[in-house]
Every structure is written in structure tokens, then in C-alpha cells.
Design a protein around this ligand. Structure first.
Ligand code: XMP
Ligand code: MG
Length: 183
């Protein structure tokens, strides 16, 4: 694979084919679990966009999509779990089956806030689908219904995940060399 960004990676964790295979499995599981229902997929911007585009096409049911953008307060206060909504949903979610789609769950604080916030809007159900689960630094437990892969505590990029807005368009997921983010 020739890619100028490959030099910045220690290794590739999941190839394009491995991602595609796993997403087909997730889509099949979601299709079976939600039979007879309609799903409103809620993508968490921006990291989940590429995963969500592929996941939506692997689900054989009526699916609507919407997006939210959230941001934790500065690094110093991120452990407080205070999350700010930068872009809210366009849809009313009352009585709908919500499937939150995330790129990666790390501390769990973002999703913990999001779930609480969305339950207050009286949906019929809420489930979480995350491509990656990084449990080593979990601060609050979140119920994950669908998990692509569990990974160790490395900083990963690609397939939607970025460092400083770079690498999102890599078709695979790789571990970023520490020297890249340590400057
Ligand atoms: P929580 O609240 O679970 O937040 O700590 C998860 C969010 O943190 C970001 N994150 C990462 N982004 N590579 C990334 O590109 C990583 O290894 C990584 N770990 C956490 C990401 O925005 C995610 O939504
Ligand atoms: Mg994210």
C-alpha cells in the first residue's frame, strides 16, 4: 500500500477488508435485532461519519440518519464529563429507536452524557454501536450493544478517526507513532 501518511504509523491494526467484513457482521446483527422496526441512526460528528456510511448500507431495514456534534471542555476539565452540544439533531426522536454510532469509546464520558441527554427526549429505545472500544481508560461504564473491535490503549487514526483533523481518509485503521503527536 503506497500512502504518504503510512510513514506516520507504527502499524496497521485493521485493514480495509477486515473493517468491511466486521461491518457486514454488525449490520447483519442489527438487521436481525431490529426486525420489523425502523432505526434512527445518530452519528457523532465527525469521527463516526465514515463508519456510519458503511454501517448504514449493511443494514437491511428502513434507516434514517441524523448527526450530533459534541465537544468536551478543555483537556484539564474533561474528567468532569461536561459535554457541550455544538450541533443538535434535526429530527424529533420521540418514540423512535435510536442507534448511536460512535467511532471509538475511550473514557465513556461523551456517550454517558449523550445517552442521558437523549433519554430525556423520550425515544422508544437507545442502543450504542461503536467501531472501536478502548476500555483501559474507561471512567464511566456505558452499555455497548454492538462493538466492532476492542483495542489496547493506543492512539489510533484512519477510517474517520483523526489527529488534528488529519488521517480521517485512510481506508484502514492504524496506530499513530507517538512522535507525531508528541511533536
Ligand atoms: P470518550 O468520552 O469516550 O471520548 O473519552 C471518545 C472520543 O475521544 C476521541 N478519541 C480518539 N480519537 N483516536 C482518535 O482519533 C483515538 O485513539 C481516540 N481515543 C479517543 C474520539 O473523538 C472519541 O469520539
Ligand atoms: Mg468521536
Amino acid at each position: 500500500m503506497s500512502n504518504k501518511m503510512l510513514d506516520d504509523l507504527d502499524k496497521i491494526l485493521f485493514s480495509k477488508d477486515e473493517l468491511a467484513d466486521r461491518i457486514k457482521e454488525l449490520g447483519a446483527a442489527i438487521t436481525a435485532d431490529y426486525a420489523g422496526k425502523e432505526i434512527l441512526m445518530i452519528g457523532v460528528l465527525r469521527g463516526a461519519v465514515i463508519f456510519m456510511a458503511d454501517l448504514a448500507r449493511s443494514i437491511d431495514l428502513p434507516v434514517a440518519i441524523d448527526f450530533m456534534a459534541v465537544s468536551s471542555y478543555g483537556a484539564a476539565t474533561s474528567s468532569s464529563g461536561v459535554v457541550r452540544i455544538l450541533k443538535d439533531l434535526d429530527e424529533n426522536v420521540e418514540n423512535k429507536h435510536l442507534l448511536i454510532v460512535e467511532d471509538i469509546i475511550d473514557s465513556g464520558l461523551t456517550l454517558n452524557y449523550l445517552i442521558e441527554n437523549l433519554w430525556s427526549r423520550k425515544p422508544a429505545s437507545i442502543k450504542i454501536c461503536t467501531l472501536l472500544n478502548k476500555p483501559d481508560r474507561r471512567k464511566v461504564e456505558v452499555p455497548i450493544a454492538y462493538n466492532g473491535f476492542t483495542i489496547p490503549d493506543h492512539f489510533v487514526v484512519g477510517y474517520g478517526l483523526d489527529f488534528a483533523e488529519k488521517y480521517r481518509n485512510l481506508p484502514f485503521i492504524g496506530v499513530l507513532k507517538p512522535k507525531v503527536y508528541e511533536g
